[in-house]
Design a protein around this ligand. Structure first.
Ligand code: NDP
Length: 255
């Protein structure tokens, strides 16, 4: 059984792996035996996250990259391949949000969210495909949200991007199943990270409201995503593709 979830000898790229959910996933991959490449824009956060993974005994590389930039994504994948010679797993996790009523978004704000969350996910998946196909397979994990399922009054572009991520995931899954590349999404519930800390500051009652609405009666921690991510990165999920798995303490099934 243990071999089913073993990632020894595998190389995983985690975008946004320098903090929050991405770091929780990166640590999970490292604990399962994978070498981990974390990518983010902020060099200091990258270095700290790399040190954190290495302190746990994992093999890690940190790359500065902007996933909304096509050339930067190409360099990121080239550098990961140069360092480790293979790329078996992509967790396309990096994402951003700006909260305000729909009528108040500038076009630039709309694009900054869509370009990172949706286009960035596409660019990363497209960039790893040429390494995965000749290797005989791979695992791509995208990150949706409760906003892939529900609408929200102050997250219009974010919800549009995260709905799009799920449809992109299904389409990539259909296209690449023939190459033994499985593409699945994780839909995190409300997780305590810098992203949601911003929301909690602007809406002080958000913490209590979410806790009350979540059947598990708590916010998730980044580590809560590691189990689903390791499962979707491992042999255990070889016949699963195109699904979107909520990791949400029951939020999405609560009336
Ligand atoms: P954080 O803000 O804590 O982390 C976001 C990460 O993405 C950072 O590592 C950041 O690094 C990176 N990032 C952002 N933009 C880019 C970019 N253009 N290029 C490369 N890296 C980038 O957020 P979370 O950990 O909370 O979110 C991670 C993912 O999970 C996102 O896709 C988010 O939408 C999703 N999610 C989060 C939920 C939550 O409750 N927290 C719920 C549902 C989904 P850097 O700044 O160095 O670039």
């Amino acid at each position: 059984m243990t071999g089913l979830f073993d990632l020894k000898g595998r190389v995983a790229l985690v975008t946004g792996g320098n903090g929050g959910i991405g770091l929780g996933i990166a640590k999970g991959f490292a604990a399962a035996g994978a070498a981990v490449v974390i990518a983010g824009r902020n060099a200091e956060k990258n270095a700290a996250a790399r040190a954190e993974i290495e302190a746990l005994g994992g093999k890690a590389l940190a790359l500065e990259a902007d996933i909304a930039d096509e050339a930067s994504v190409a360099d990121m994948v080239k550098d990961a391949l140069a360092a480790f010679g293979r790329l078996d797993i992509l967790a396309a996790n990096a994402g951003v949000n700006i909260r305000k009523p729909p009528e108040d978004y500038s076009l630039a704000e709309w694009h900054s969210i869509l370009d990172t969350n949706l286009t960035g996910t596409f660019l990363c998946a497209r960039a790893v495909f040429p390494a995965m196909k000749p290797a005989g397979g791979g695992k791509i994990i995208t990150i949706g949200s409760m906003a892939s399922i529900f609408g929200g009054g102050i997250i219009g572009p974010y919800a549009a991007s995260k709905g799009g991520v799920v449809q992109l995931t299904r389409s990539l899954a259909v296209a690449w199943a023939q190459y033994n590349i499985q593409v699945n999404a994780i839909l995190p519930g409300f997780i305590d990270t810098p992203l949601t800390r911003g929301g909690r500051q602007s809406s002080p009652d958000m913490f209590a409201k979410v806790t009350e609405r979540t059947p598990a009666r708590r916010w998730g921690q980044p580590e809560d995503l590691a189990g689903a991510a390791v499962f979707l990165a491992s042999r255990a999920s070889d016949f699963i593709t195109g699904v979107a798995i909520p990791v949400d303490g029951g939020y999405s099934v609560h009336l």
